[in-house]
Ligand binder design. Structure first.
Ligand code: ZN
Ligand code: ZN
Length: 398
C-alpha cells in the first residue's frame, strides 16, 4: 500500500512543528525497532490544550501522524485529548501502509506522555485522578518490569506513591516518564513484603518531604516457606533505617492522607474463604504464621465513587471491600485496582470475589501484579471491557 494523499500532504506541509519553551508537559516516545522518535510539548490553559508542538525523527508516516495529532487535539479538553488513540490518528489520515502502524504511528501515545507529565507537574490544575503503574509484573515496550508493585497516584493536587516495587527500577522507570520523586507528598506501603518495599530506601533519599504511611508489622521479619527452605521476604534493613527520623504515620487504624484519600490500616478478616494467599511466616523456622496484619488498602472518595487501590490484598479482596463499605457507609465501589493475590485461590474464593464486585456494582476492575492469570481470565469473562489490563508505565484516569 502506498501513502494516502492526506499522509503525503501532511508530510509535505507538517502543521505545528517546533518546540514550546516552558511547556506545561513534555512527552517522548521512541520505537527501538525502527528508530522513530517523537517529542511532544503541550501548553495548557483552563485544562484545554491551547498549543501542541513536536519534533519527530522518522519516516513520512511518523511526520504525518504528528501533524494530524496536533490538528485533532489542539483546543480539546485534557480529558478529551487523553482519549485520542494512535489508530484514530491513522484513520483520519486515511490509513497507513500496514508495516507503518507499529513504529510510525506513535503521535497520540507521545501526546499521552506529555499529558501525564502535565498532570504530574500540576496536579492541582486538573480534577483528573490518575494512577500510573511505575512497577508491575507486566513490562511494556519502553519500560522494564519486575515482580512487584508501585503506583503513582495524582489526586486533588497531591502526589502519592503507593508501594515501591522490589528494587530501584521504579526510579529508572520514573525517569523515563519524566516523573520527579522530589515532589512526592506521601508514600503508602501496603505491607512489608520485599516486592512492595524494595525501592523504599532509594525513594526516601529523593522524596524528602513525603510522609510515610505504614503498619508497624510491615517492619517485622517476614519469610515464605519454599521447598528449599525459608526465604526472607521482608523489608530491607536499609529501608528500615531510612524510615527512622522521618515523618511516619503508623497505621494500625485507618488514617486520612488528605481530604478524600485514606488508608484502611489493619483489615478485619471476616469471611472463611479468604486467607493470606501463601505460606508466610514471621520466623525463619516457619513456625509462627504471618497473618500479614500490616496489609492495608488505600481508597479515594472520587466524584464517580470509591476507587480502591490494593497492594497484594493479603487480607482478602472481599474482606477489604466489606471493611471499606462499612467504614464509608457506601454500598457502591466505582473501581478496584492493584494486586489481588488470587494465584492459588480456590474456585469458591474467585467466584465470591466476582460476586462482591457485582454486589458493589464495580465499574472498573484493574487487576495488577500478583492477581494471577486464572483470576484475570475469570474477571474478563465476568466483566468484559470493564476489566482493564495495564502494563508498566500505563496510566488510568478517573
Ligand atoms: Zn505480599
Ligand atoms: Zn506483592
Amino acid at each position: 500500500m502506498q501513502y494516502t494523499g492526506k499522509v503525503l500532504e501532511h508530510f509535505m506541509k507538517p502543521r505545528n512543528v517546533g518546540v514550546i519553551p516552558h511547556a506545561d508537559g513534555v512527552g517522548t516516545i521512541g520505537s527501538e525497532d525502527c528508530g522513530d522518535m517523537i517529542r511532544v510539548w503541550i501548553k495548557v490553559v483552563n485544562e484545554h490544550l491551547v498549543d501542541i508542538k513536536y519534533k519527530v525523527f522518522g519516516c513520512p508516516a511518523a511526520i504525518a501522524c504528528c501533524s494530524m495529532m496536533t490538528e485533532l487535539a489542539i483546543g480539546k479538553h485534557v480529558d478529551e485529548a487523553w482519549d485520542l488513540t494512535d489508530d484514530q490518528v491513522a484513520e483520519t489520515l486515511g490509513g497507513l501502509p500496514a508495516h507503518k502502524y507499529h513504529c510510525s504511528n506513535l503521535a497520540a501515545s507521545a501526546l499521552h506522555k506529555a499529558i501525564m507529565n502535565y498532570i504530574f507537574k500540576y496536579p492541582n490544575k486538573t480534577d483528573t485522578i490518575s494512577i500510573t503503574t511505575l512497577i508491575d509484573d507486566i513490562p511494556s515496550e519502553n519500560l522494564r518490569s519486575e515482580h512487584g508493585l508501585s503506583l503513582l497516584i495524582n489526586y486533588g493536587g497531591k502526589r502519592i506513591l503507593f508501594d515501591t516495587g522490589q528494587s530501584d527500577l521504579l526510579l529508572r522507570n520514573a525517569k523515563m516518564l519524566d516523573i520527579d520523586f522530589a515532589n512526592i507528598d506521601a508514600i503508602v506501603i501496603s505491607h512489608g513484603h520485599y516486592d512492595h518495599t524494595g525501592g523504599l530506601y532509594d525513594v526516601l533519599n529523593i522524596a524528602s518531604k513525603a510522609k510515610i504511611y505504614l503498619h508497624p508489622a510491615a517492619t517485622e521479619p517476614k519469610f515464605s516457606k519454599k521447598v528449599s527452605g525459608a526465604k526472607s521476604i521482608g523489608i530491607s534493613d536499609s529501608a528500615k533505617k531510612a524510615i527512622q527520623g522521618r515523618d511516619v504515620i503508623w497505621t494500625t487504624t485507618p488514617a486520612q492522607l488528605f481530604p478524600g484519600i485514606k488508608v484502611t490500616g489493619q483489615v478485619p478478616r471476616m469471611n472463611d474463604y479468604e486467607d493470606v494467599g501463601g505460606a508466610f511466616f514471621l520466623d525463619e523456622n516457619c513456625r509462627k504464621p504471618d497473618e500479614l496484619l500490616d496489609d492495608q488498602t488505600l481508597y479515594i472518595e472520587s466524584a464517580k465513587g470509591l476507587i480502591v487501590v490494593f497492594g497484594c490484598a493479603h487480607s482478602g479482596v472481599v474482606n477489604t471491600l466489606d471493611y471499606i463499605g462499612k467504614s464509608t457507609g457506601q454500598n457502591k465501589i466505582y473501581a478496584v485496582i492493584g494486586g489481588m493475590h488470587l494465584l492459588n485461590a480456590s474456585k469458591i474464593r474467585i467466584a465470591n470475589t466476582i460476586e462482591a464486585f457485582k454486589k458493589y456494582e464495580v465499574q472498573k476492575v484493574v487487576p495488577l501484579h500478583c492477581t494471577g492469570q486464572g483470576a484475570v481470565e475469570n474477571f474478563k469473562n465476568a466483566f468484559g471491557d470493564k476489566c482493564i489490563s495495564l502494563e508498566t508505565g500505563n496510566q488510568i484516569c478517573f
